[in-house]
Design a protein around this ligand. Structure first.
Ligand SMILES: C[S@@+](CC[C@H](N)C(=O)[O-])C[C@H]1O[C@@H](n2cnc3c(N)ncnc32)[C@H](O)[C@@H]1O
Length: 255
């Protein structure tokens, strides 16, 4: 594992505003890593309502999700973005077509072997000089992912997110926490405290000896096998919604 980027001291601003310090930390890190990643195509895998749109600097933003309603909401908020309706486990993106692929706060819903398969698809789809950032649960999927990424990339950074203090903070102040139904939730003092705890995450994330953290963030760059870039081919759009559709059953049914 190499550490070519200094991740010990990037800024954590007010705009990274979540009452969950782990999320605050991940958003700040994304913002930092994506800030000068121009390129043509950015993929936000399981994007919800284009939640991370503001962090992308790529010419195109393609949000993938299995929920049609959230994609429609995302397109309403950010009409420049493109939406792709698909389950991640079924998706096959064009090889070497994306400058940035990121997936945050989602892969914990999948079985470990599915996570490895999905990340293998991301690995094929990212360009040789692209950036892949995936946020996964700290479970049996991690050794398989480490092997996959070490084989494919020169630079693989493994960060540990969600330490004990952070988890206690979530249990107390997040929506479903002890004080979740009070005016404290989503209030400025809680965001402020969350940013302070997120700063401790920034430090501890680099220490694998504190391996008890609940999530892992893999940051991967510089593919070993250099192949020519290809254009991202998206499936046809659904005429009534303007969404590119990979899994057409999702047009009718909620996942
Ligand atoms: C907790 S949200 C995360 C949103 C965003 N990535 C973030 O960091 O806040 C999880 C998203 O994953 C989507 N999702 C869940 N299972 C999925 C699947 N199998 N394929 C694609 N998207 C899925 C949900 O619709 C939801 O929008």
């Amino acid at each position: 594992m190499s550490a070519e980027i200094d991740l010990s001291c990037f800024p954590i601003h007010r705009r990274h505003n979540s009452p969950d310090p782990g999320k605050t930390y991940v958003w700040a890190l994304m913002d930092y890593l994506l800030r000068d990643r121009a390129g043509s195509v950015g993929i936000d895998a399981a994007c919800d309502f284009f939640k991370s749109f503001k962090y992308f600097r790529t010419e195109r933003y393609v949000g993938v999700d299995c929920n049609k309603e959230t994609l429609i909401r995302g397109m309403g908020m950010f009409p420049q973005g493109e939406a792709l309706l698909s389950r991640l486990e079924n998706l096959e993106l064009t090889e070497n077509s994306a400058d940035v692929i990121l997936s945050t706060h989602t892969l914990q819903y999948f079985a470990p072997e599915q996570i490895v398969d999905i990340c293998a698809m991301f690995t094929r789809a990212v360009k040789s000089d692209g950036l892949l950032l995936v946020h996964v649960p700290n479970n049996e999927c991690v050794p398989g992912l480490q092997q996959l990424f070490d084989k494919a990339f020169h630079m693989v950074q493994r960060l540990h997110v969600g330490h004990l203090l952070s988890r206690i903070f979530v249990k107390l102040f997040c929506k479903i926490g002890v004080f979740g139904n009070t005016p404290l939730y989503n209030s400025r003092p809680i965001y402020f405290l969350s940013r302070i705890v997120a700063r401790t995450e920034r430090r501890s994330s680099l220490k694998s000896s504190l391996g008890r953290q609940s999530r892992i963030l893999f940051v991967c760059m510089d593919k070993k096998e250099k192949k020519s870039d290809r254009e991202l081919i998206l499936p046809d759009k659904d005429q009534s919604t303007g969404i590119h559709v990979f899994n057409s059953d999702l047009l009718e049914n909620r996942s």
